[in-house]
Design a protein around this ligand. Structure first.
Ligand SMILES: C[S@@+](CC[C@H](N)C(=O)[O-])C[C@H]1O[C@@H](n2cnc3c(N)ncnc32)[C@H](O)[C@@H]1O
Length: 448
């Protein structure tokens, strides 16, 4: 969990009290006082036993941290009897723990409208409502509805920089992208939302809508059956275009078939799709043992600087600030397991500026470097630290060269500082690849 999430969890824990205490006293979480308690009526008594079971079950699940299951039970009980307003307290706790703080606030408000004397609900509401992420999401939603999309982006990015993946942040971000006619970016934002909140139905529906309305995004361009087989598996785990992924695939295959020695390094992993694809090629084609080093904060992008601009707009105004592109390390390992390549991948968590210098010796020679860190500072750090380790005839692919001005500047500054010129090959409007100049590009990359 992130620091912010821990802080919120402390608040909730305070309200849950100790596990054993809560177990003996379910009503400390979900007030029994709100149940219909006409005990001399047998139907009510049976009903109460059923409700009491739900409460006990929900409580056990909350104590076991199975918040999804607790929420399901509570929602079911509330569906059967909406009068059990006391259940909204447990519901709010589950929702807040799941990062759905806006809904948690709504649940507590509902409870307090029926039971204004519910002191614990009052305190919890004050504490959750004071959570800056909750307020930023609300403000961003208001900005979205007032069609102030760039302002909404700024607010969302502020919320994302708190590294507390609250529900709906990326959903609102996606809606802004769509309004600005950027369906590809909207799709990526929704994938990010669903990585953290897989049960967000609004996000699922919007993603389905985008996919059905923009079928060209899913149309297959590359005819290589071997690539397509891999691509279909890694697609949900990557932000890369089909062309850029294919370029990586073809370069990695060439590295293996030409037996260029060295490891493969990826700086900028996110959910792990491109890393796993590289590892799958190594598994199939490498004649020598190689590893794939996967560097990422696994907490999303670091803070951008003024240099990180797209079409003249800052990163934040463009919807891509600190904390965006985030995915947990688990996601990388999940896709690696699907391709059975987990033994080839070495994840290195942390910011490049620290992790790269510390790993340089261990990595040794590099045959292929995939630079996918977007920002000026990130690109600069990677080049400064790893360029000298790239083998003669080794390859470099820069994912964001055509998109982010800062990334492009960092590459050009490096060329100037070292008196070299990279012979760039354009992949699509965004990515480029080149061979380390000393080795010169003596062969063509396989075309589809
Ligand atoms: C565009 S995403 C990578 C996409 C990925 N290759 C894929 O297949 O979808 C950029 C990633 O770079 C990481 N990143 C950028 N700058 C970084 C830095 N200085 N240190 C660590 N990670 C960084 C971010 O955390 C983010 O996950």
């Amino acid at each position: 969990m992130t620091e912010r999430a821990y802080a919120l969890d402390d608040i909730i824990r305070k309200h849950l009290r100790l596990k054993s205490y809560s177990k003996r006293n379910p009503e400390t979480i979900i007030e029994k006082g709100n149940l219909p308690l006409e005990n001399n009526c047998p139907e009510s008594a049976a009903y109460f036993r059923g409700a009491s079971n739900s409460i006990t079950q929900a409580l056990e699940l909350l104590n076991a941290y199975d918040n999804d299951a607790a929420l399901r039970i509570i929602d079911q009980a509330l569906g059967e009897n909406p009068k059990m307003t006391g259940l909204h307290y447990g519901r709010a706790i589950a929702l807040a723990r799941l990062g759905r703080t806006v809904e948690a606030v709504d649940a507590l408000k509902l409870l307090l409208s029926e039971s204004p004397q519910h002191e614990k609900a009052c305190t919890l509401l004050e504490e959750i409502a004071a959570d800056p992420t909750t307020n930023l999401i609300k403000e961003a939603d208001t900005a979205f509805h007032s069609k102030e999309f760039h302002r909404a982006f700024k607010l969302i990015n502020k919320a994302k920089s708190m590294k507390h993946p609250a529900q709906d942040i990326d959903y609102i971000r996606a809606k802004c992208f769509l309004e600005l006619n950027e369906p590809g970016a909207a799709r990526e934002a929704l994938k990010e939302e669903l990585r953290y909140h897989p049960s967000n139905d609004k996000a699922k529906m919007l993603l389905d809508r985008i996919r059905s309305e923009h079928t060209q995004m899913a149309s297959v361009k590359i005819r290589s059956a071997e690539f397509q087989e891999l691509y279909q598996i890694v697609m949900p785990y990557t932000m890369l275009s089909e062309d850029r992924l294919y370029s990586l695939f073809a370069i990695a295959k060439r590295v293996c078939l030409k037996n260029i020695s060295g490891n493969i390094v990826e700086c900028g992993v996110a959910a792990g799709g491109s890393t796993a694809l590289l590892a799958a090629v190594v598994r199939k084609y490498s004649r020598i043992p190689r590893k794939i080093y996967a560097f990422d904060s696994f907490q999303g992008m670091p803070e951008p600087t003024e240099r990180d601009r797209h079409d003249g707009r800052t990163a934040e105004e463009s919807g891509w600030g600190e904390g965006t592109c985030s995915a947990r390390e688990d996601s990388l390992m999940e896709i690696c397991r699907k391709l059975n390549v987990q033994d080839l991948v070495i994840p290195v968590k942390g910011y490049f500026e620290k992790t790269l210098p510390a790993s340089q010796v261990e990595i040794g020679a590099i045959a292929l470097l995939h630079m996918d860190g977007d920002w000026y500072e990130s690109t600069r750090s990677v080049l400064n630290c790893l360029y000298s380790s790239i083998q003669r005839d080794g390859f470099i692919q820069v994912d964001d060269y055509g998109f982010w001005e800062g990334c492009r500047d960092a590459v050009h500054e490096f060329e100037m500082q070292h008196g070299i010129k990279f012979a760039m090959n354009k992949i699509d409007g965004t990515g480029v690849w080149f061979v380390k100049p000393e080795g010169h590009a003596s062969y063509e990359i396989e075309t589809a």
